[in-house]
Design a protein around this ligand. Structure first.
Ligand code: FES
Ligand code: FE
Length: 397
């Protein structure tokens, strides 16, 4: 069996990944430890843990984490593994708790993860040695990100994205809807698909009529210049950061934010091109654009003037991936009065269902005895960057 470095050496520049990268369990195990467990991962919005004791559990590549508000300004990410014999401690999806009690032998933990009780232990255990382990949690504009690497820092991402994300008022947004689109495909096929819009014209008619991203060179064309010239007057930032997978040998600072034009007749991503919700945050008018956002290798966003859509990809096994889509609107927006949920979610529901289908069809072909990596098109520039980043990370592993 070829080593990972031999497989990397075999790859032709400008071409996709060898089949082994989608199929070998040893490679998947290395991806989980080297990428998933060392990256910033979106887990939820702060409104999901509004009151002290509010919690939800989240599954990340086989790990379970309890996100809990332990104090007015503290939110913890507790690893859901009992320090006694290792049972899952919290078995609920969400709720409000005063403490977490392990269902196996009833060890109990405070909301900050510290051990509170360990019934009938004969030996004198030091309680401070047996608190639940924690992941690092960052609350960025109300969006909660965790990193299992407790030495990771968010500074580089925050420095580039803080100001341009300000106008959306995401800390005061509400989650209007969340939907999981599980895909029977390796996670990289989902990311490779998400990073390019070469497929948008053939596969996403609904998206392609509204977004210049479906056209070649939309990042650099005159339509984009016109949107940026208009943005400030509408309360939007023009500070962009178009680095993405730019730190090829370092996991932890992947970020991207860029604004591009919507096409004539469209002020947002909607069925008829018209508004679907009240303007977000401090935005005062529609400038005719939409902003792509990336935080970490698995979390993305598309910010329209009147709603923001987040996409979180998470491998659940070598051949299965969860794609969770989250729709955010202004906190004060009332469903049925200020927005119709059906109209709000229409575009990205239909688009994600189409992506699920093309990603799963892709996976069937990649599994074939006859599969051979092919060349990237210019419109697949970011997918090619992702591929280079991925190989560099795996090479250094
Ligand atoms: Fe949790 Fe024993 S495994 S109390
Ligand atoms: Fe797509």
């Amino acid at each position: 069996m070829a080593s990972i470095n031999e497989l990397i050496a075999k790859r032709k520049p400008g071409f996709g990944l060898e089949q082994a990268f989608y199929r070998r369990d040893d490679i998947y195990a290395k991806e989980v430890s080297r990428i998933v467990l060392q990256s910033w991962l979106y887990v939820g919005h702060q409104s999901q843990v509004a009151a002290v004791g509010d919690f939800f559990t989240t599954e990340l590549a086989g790990e379970s984490v309890i996100i809990v508000r332990s104090g007015d300004s503290e939110i913890e990410a507790l690893i859901n593994v009992c320090r006694h014999r290792g049972s899952r401690v919290c078995l609920e999806d969400d709720g409000n708790a005063r403490l977490f009690s392990c269902p196996y032998h009833a060890w109990s933990y405070n909301l900050d993860g510290s051990l509170r009780g360990a019934p009938q232990m004969a030996n004198d255990i030091q309680f401070e040695d047996f608190g639940l382990k924690q992941a690092k949690l960052v609350n960025f504009h109300g969006l909660l990100f965790i990193n299992f690497d407790t030495d990771a820092n968010f500074d580089v991402i925050a420095a580039d994205l803080d100001e341009p994300m300000q106008c959306y008022g995401l800390a005061n947004a509400k989650v209007a809807h969340r939907q999981n689109y599980p895909m029977t495909a390796n996670w990289k096929l989902a990311i490779e698909n998400f990073c390019e819009c070469y497929h948008c014209a053939p596969a996403h008619r609904e998206f392609a009529v509204a977004h210049s991203a479906a056209r070649p060179d939309s990042r650099f064309d005159a339509r984009r210049d016109a949107v940026l010239a208009n943005a400030t007057a509408c309360g939007l930032s023009t500070n962009m950061c178009s680095t993405s997978f730019d730190s090829p040998d370092y996991v932890g600072s992947e970020r991207y934010i860029d604004r591009y034009a919507l096409l004539k007749g469209h002020v947002t991503g909607s069925r008829d091109g018209g508004p679907v919700a009240p303007l977000m945050g401090s935005i005062s008018d529609y400038d005719g654009g939409a902003t792509d956002i990336q935080i970490g290798p698995l979390s993305y966003g598309l910010a329209y003037c009147d709603h923001v859509v987040l996409y979180r990809f998470m491998p659940t096994s070598i051949n299965t991936t969860d794609c969770e889509v989250i729709w955010l609107v202004n906190e004060s927006a009332v469903e049925g009065e200020d927005y119709s949920l059906e109209e709000l979610v229409w575009l990205w529901d239909v688009t994600t269902k189409a992506d699920k289908k093309i990603i799963e069809d892709n996976r069937r072909g990649v599994d074939s005895h006859f599969f051979e990596p092919g060349p990237f098109a210019p419109m697949e520039m970011y997918t090619e960057q992702f591929t280079e980043w991925y190989l560099n990370v795996m090479r250094s592993a």
